[in-house]
Design a protein around this ligand. Structure first.
Ligand SMILES: C[S@@+](CC[C@H](N)C(=O)[O-])C[C@H]1O[C@@H](n2cnc3c(N)ncnc32)[C@H](O)[C@@H]1O
Length: 288
């Protein structure tokens, strides 16, 4: 089994002490809903159905490929677990498609938001506070697991994927999104590191935090400007190795940011043109 490393340093530790610190930091940081800056930008100040609809419309238009990577249409009557809930757009969409919804998040804020949304649309399900590294559900509970942008913050992506595997029924599926260690952004900021990473043996990969808070902050920052405490990046080969217990694993890069010349290109066009080669995020479809 691989070891997680401490927040902000590069020393391998044998969790749980290091892991407890990571969980505590994550629980505090993510209590402010991921998407709060966007909500501010959109002038959203409450949780009324109209405000949430405006947020969700923006979110789904900004990430139009989510509908391709998450099979919402097939969720009717299925037990679906979402890990890492943020502002709750995906939670509401899963539950709204008739799933028996379960949500899991290490922070209280996203759990409360998901539960308000589920109650608001009178759907089936509930969200609970806890970590995917010790998920409070028995083996083989779920038909499907959705984890968008969350497992790479846990401090132990390998263990998180192991839990997703444990929680799925045989033949069950998962849609996972994690950050790409070989995106255009990594090539621009750290070309040598990125090249080394691509050339390294993926079977030697060990979960580790990105030590530079500025790099973490380019991806996730709160309203005060602090970076997410724990973020890891993986290549396609590393992710596919970490997911080796699954019978199927398909990985597609997506998402282009707005830096440099990219800000002059229409986002949809840039995402379609460069996303599948150099995208910021790796979307992974898994089958147990
Ligand atoms: C970047 S947000 C993504 C939220 C949402 N999926 C989205 O795409 O907007 C990451 C989420 O993962 C949650 N998270 C971090 N570590 C976790 C853990 N160990 N177990 C469960 N959730 C965790 C955070 O609390 C946060 O809500």
């Amino acid at each position: 089994m691989t070891k997680a490393r401490n927040i902000g340093d590069d020393t391998a530790t044998s969790a749980p002490a290091g892991q407890a610190r990571i969980d505590e930091a994550n629980s505090a940081f993510w209590n402010e809903l991921c998407g709060s800056q966007l909500a501010r930008f959109l002038g959203i100040t409450d949780d009324s159905p109209e405000s949430l609809r405006r947020f969700d419309d923006w979110y789904m238009e900004f990430y139009p490929y989510l509908d391709t990577h998450i099979p919402f249409q097939s969720f009717g009557g299925k037990r679906v677990l979402e890990v890492g809930l943020g502002y709750g757009t995906v939670a509401q969409r899963i539950a709204g498609h008739g799933a028996i919804y379960s949500g899991l998040d290490i922070a209280a804020g996203p759990v409360d938001m998901a539960n308000r949304r589920i109650a608001g649309i009178k759907a089936k399900g509930t969200a609970v506070k806890g970590s995917i590294l010790q998920a409070p559900f028995p083996d083989a509970t779920f038909d499907y697991v959705v984890a968008i942008g969350s497992l790479h913050h846990t401090g132990a992506l390998d263990r998180a994927l192991g839990e997703v595997h444990r929680l799925l029924k045989p033949g069950g599926g998962a849609s996972i999104m994690v950050y790409n260690a070989a995106s255009y952004r990594q090539w621009v900021f750290a070309p040598v590191k990125t090249l080394r990473r691509l050339m390294a043996d993926p079977t030697g990969y060990i979960s580790h935090n990105e030590t530079d808070p500025r790099v973490r902050g380019v991806y996730d920052v709160n309203v005060e400007g602090s970076s997410a405490p724990q973020t890891e990046f993986v290549t396609r080969a590393e992710l596919s190795h970490l997911a080796r217990a699954f019978s199927r694993c398909e990985i597609i890069p997506e998402n282009i940011g707005g830096e440099f010349v990219l800000r002059y290109l229409p986002r949809k066009f840039a995402c379609r043109l460069f996303g599948p080669y150099l995208g910021l995020d790796l979307y992974c479809r898994l089958v147990k």
